[in-house]
Each structure stands twice: as structure tokens, then as C-alpha cells.
Design a binder for this molecule. Structure first.
Ligand code: UD1
Ligand code: CA
Length: 425
């Protein structure tokens, strides 16, 4: 079955009150809202169209840099969600399959839910299916209005709703599945006669009804998944929900999370059994952590981190884009960036990999082979390699390759002036 996704990401996101960042590029644990949405559809749709408009160049760059099967389509000016979808009409002129429409500001939706939604659409021989859910507080969402016989009638936006309609708790998730050839004509017929003067995508429901098409709702039980992000406060709530889901999953797989309240782990982090995550640890982006590791308290993994088994990353340690082999310790107060650490390496407290040259704005690599020991408060100025088993004396600044099993140290000699204080008295 042909299926294409259309993801709406052109809106201004006024309620985010952001000057610098379009709404869909705000992040949860190192990944953009739009990234979550594309990741959830990319495995089962043939092609993804992302509608861009506000800050189009940045959103477009994000999409093309990260997703080879996704295309961006410009919507300018942005005249509403219905207008946004109409932008893909020229791309789908003779297309006969399904179109799955989603919003770029709804990152909690799960891939399995979307697949079930499409299955529901197909098995009900539906022409148009909208996802809905029940919210105790439906404020700001479009309300699902039903006929007396419980079939769908239309969707009414908060700003257009009567008090009676506002009391309805079934809301529009903003996710739709449509048989494109049957619904596409709707997009040239939408009107702007509503409180916001916009072309509402939601009006395709009543349009479908007038065309005697099969229009259905799929009611999602887990309402958390369709939580939309319109404000910073919504962003914080969604982050909490996502994090809690990730921690529950990890705990279910045999990872100890000492304090889920103060621990943040991205959904794209894999962690092996019997690893313990101590409080105040923050792990963002994509990472793989092995078995029986100890991470934290207060560790920060910034993405691109690969850690093998039985590794310790202790308090106030930051690690970024690095590979750390098994039985290695990075115990305290260290920064490890763009590095490769072998097995049984020991990193003393206060060690820094100086990976960034602010003049050339380039980053370089630090390689520490098996059994290397780095004394406390050392700086490894990258690019640099320490060969197997070499020791670095405390307080050293290392700027070139250190041969295996050597001792290297750069240190001003210790001076002792006998009775220096006594003479001053
Ligand atoms: C929309 C729905 C509402 C639903 C809610 C679910 C409409 C009219 N309303 O409301 O029924 O309950 O989502 O979260 O569809 N966008 C564009 N171009 C535009 C306008 C918006 O691409 O011209 C994009 C936005 O970037 C956003 C998405 O469409 O990703 C939804 O727009 P938003 O303004 O957030 O709609 P809601 O008011 O949340
Ligand atoms: Ca929204």
C-alpha cells in the first residue's frame, strides 16, 4: 500500500514567544520536535513532505541534513493548516494511495499508534479518518462534534466553539489518514469564514460528509501521545511525559534509575542491563551505554556517546561524541569530547580533552589506548594520542603523541623555600 506522510511545520508558533527558533525546532533532550515526528513515520511511509514557512530556511536545512527521504514544501504566506496541506497538491497530482497528515508540534505520538491508526483506516474502508482522544481539559484543541447517531459531524476550533461545544471533551489530535484521490478536491474548496480567518484543515471532515464519503474517528486511549506543544509550558510538560516513558522502559529492561524525578534520558539512548543511573544525570541525543555501568550522579552525556560494559562515568563528568571501552573509569569532574578511550583506562579528576580550537573553529580527536592512566588535572590538547599503558603525571598539558608504557609529565619543578614564612614574620 502506498503511503506518504505530510507533516505541518510552517506555522509561526506565536505562543512559544521565540525570536530565534521556529516552534518545530525546539528540542526535547537534544532532538527537535520535528525530528521526533519524522522518526515516527519514516519507517513505514514511502516519502515525507514537510511543509515549511516560518523560518523556512532553518527548518529546510534541518530536514535535508537529517532525512534523505523527506522533501520540504514551502507555504508562504501561512494561511492555516488546510492551506498548508494544499501546498502538496502539485506533488501528488496523480497519486492514488494514502496520505497520513501530522503536525510537527506533536512529538509524543508513537510509531505503533500511527500504524494501528492506518490499519484502522484500511479495515474500516474509510476515506478519511481523524485521530481523536478524550481530554479532561480540552482547552485550545479542536472539538469533535458528533451527530445524534454518534457519527462524525465536524470539528470546531476553540475560538469558534459555542459554550456547549466547548464542553465536549473529545478533541482532534491533528492526525489524519486519507485516501488522497477522494479527498484532494477538498483543498481547493476550503473557506476562511471562521474566527481566525484561516483555511482550517479540520473542515475536511464536514466536506467529506457532504460528499457522502466514509469519514471516521479513531479514538486513542492514551491521550498523552497527542499532546501538542504550543507554549514553553507545554514543552516542559511534554518533556516530562516523554522522559518518564523512557525511564519506565529502561527500568523494565533491567536498568536501575535511582531517582526518576531528577534523571533525564533521551528516548534514543540504549542502556544495558544492570547499569545504574544515579540522580541528576542528564543524557541527551543518541547514545549507547553497555551493561553494569555506573553513570552519575550529576553526569552529562551530550549525544554520540558509546560506552561498553562496566564503565564508570562519575559526578560532574561531561561526555560528548566519544567511545569508551569496557572497564574504564572517568570518575570525577572531567570533560571527554571527540575521544576514543580504550579498555581499563583511568581518567583522573579534573582531566580535560581540549578538543576545540576557537580560532580555526575546528574540533579534533583524543585517542587514549588500553591501560592508559591520566593523572588528575591534565589537559590533553587534541589532536593527540597516548599509546597503550602510558602514564601522564598529574597537572600535565599533553600536546604530542606519548609512546606506549612511557611516563609523561609537564610540570614546573616544586620549589621549597625553607622558613620563608618565618622570616617574613
Ligand atoms: C490544530 C487543529 C486542532 C487540533 C490541534 C491538535 C486546525 C485548524 N486546528 O490546532 O483542531 O486539536 O491542532 O494539536 O487544524 N501550520 C502550518 N501552516 C499554517 C498553520 C499551521 O504549517 O498556516 C502547522 C504548525 O506549524 C503546526 C501545525 O500546523 O505544526 C498545527 O498548527 P497550530 O497553530 O499549532 O494549530 P492548533 O491551534 O494547535
Ligand atoms: Ca498545535
Amino acid at each position: 500500500m502506498d503511503i506518504k506522510a505530510v507533516i505541518l511545520a510552517a506555522g509561526k508558533g506565536t505562543r512559544m514567544k521565540s525570536e530565534t527558533t521556529p516552534k518545530v525546532l525546539h528540542e526535547i533532550l537534544g532532538k527537535t520536535l520535528l525530528g521526533y515526528v519524522i522518526d515516527n513515520v519514516k519507517n513505514f511511509t514511502d516519502e515525507q513532505f514537510v511543509i515549511v514557512g516560518h523560518h523556512a530556511a532553518e527548518v529546510e536545512k534541518f530536514v535535508t541534513d537529517n532525512y534523505s527521504n523527506a522533501k520540504t514544501v514551502l507555504q508562504s504566506p501561512q494561511l492555516g493548516t488546510g492551506h498548508a496541506v494544499s501546498m502538496v497538491c502539485p506533488n501528488l497530482e496523480n497519486y492514488n494511495g494514502l496520505v497520513l497528515i501530522l503536525c510537527g508540534d506533536t512529538p509524543l505520538i508513537k510509531e505503533d499508534t500511527l500504524k494501528n491508526f492506518v490499519d484502522f483506516h484500511n479495515s474500516n474502508n474509510s476515506d478519511l479518518t481523524v485521530m481523536s482522544t478524550i481530554f479532561e481539559d480540552p482547552t485550545n484543541y479542536g472539538r469533535i462534534i458528533r451527530e445524534d447517531d454518534n457519527s462524525l459531524k465536524c470539528i470546531v476550533e476553540e475560538k469558534d466553539a459555542t459554550p456547549e461545544q466547548k464542553a465536549v471533551k473529545e478533541v482532534n489530535a491533528g492526525i489524519y489518514c486519507l485516501n488522497w484521490s477522494k479527498i484532494k478536491d477538498a483543498f481547493s474548496q476550503l473557506k476562511t469564514n471562521n474566527a481566525q480567518g484561516e483555511y482550517y484543515l479540520t473542515d475536511i471532515i464536514s466536506w467529506g460528509k457532504t460528499q457522502q464519503l466514509s469519514v471516521n474517528a479513531y479514538i486513542l486511549e492514551n491521550s498523552d501521545e497527542i499532546y501538542g506543544i504550543n507554549s514553553r509550558s507545554n514543552l516542559a510538560t511534554a518533556s516530562k511525559i516523554m522522559n518518564r516513558n523512557t525511564l519506565e522502559k529502561l527500568m523494565g529492561e533491567g536498568v536501575t534509575v535511582v531517582d526518576p524525578e531528577s534523571t533525564w534520558i533521551s528516548a534514543d539512548t540504549k542502556i544495558g542491563q544492570d547499569t545504574i543511573i544515579y540522580p541528576f544525570t542528564y543524557i541527551e541525543g543518541k547514545n549507547v551505554i553497555g551493561k553494569s555501568c555506573k553513570i552519575g550522579p550529576c553526569a552529562h552525556l551530550r549525544g554520540g556517546v558509546e560506552v561498553c560494559d562496566n564503565v564508570k562515568i562519575g559526578n560532574f563528568v561531561e561526555v560528548k561524541k566519544s567511545k569508551i571501552l569496557s572497564n574504564t573509569n572517568v570518575g570525577h569532574l572531567a570533560y571527554i569530547g571527540d575521544s576514543e578511550l580504550g579498555e581499563r583506562v583511568n581518567i583522573g579528576a579534573g582531566t580535560i580533552t581540549a578538543n576545540y580550537d576557537p580560532i580555526s573553529k575546528t574540533k579534533s580527536k583524543t585517542v587514549l589506548k588500553d591501560d592508559v592512566k591520566i593523572g588528575s588535572n591534565s589537559v590533553l590538547v587534541a589532536p593527540v594520542t597516548v599509546e597503550q599503558g602510558a602514564n601522564i603525571g598529574a597537572g600535565s598539558v599533553i600536546t604530542k603523541t606519548i609512546p606506549q608504557w612511557a611516563l609523561a609529565l609537564t610540570r614546573a619543578p616544586l620549589k621549597i623555600l625553607e622558613n620563608w614564612v618565618g622570616k617574613k614574620k
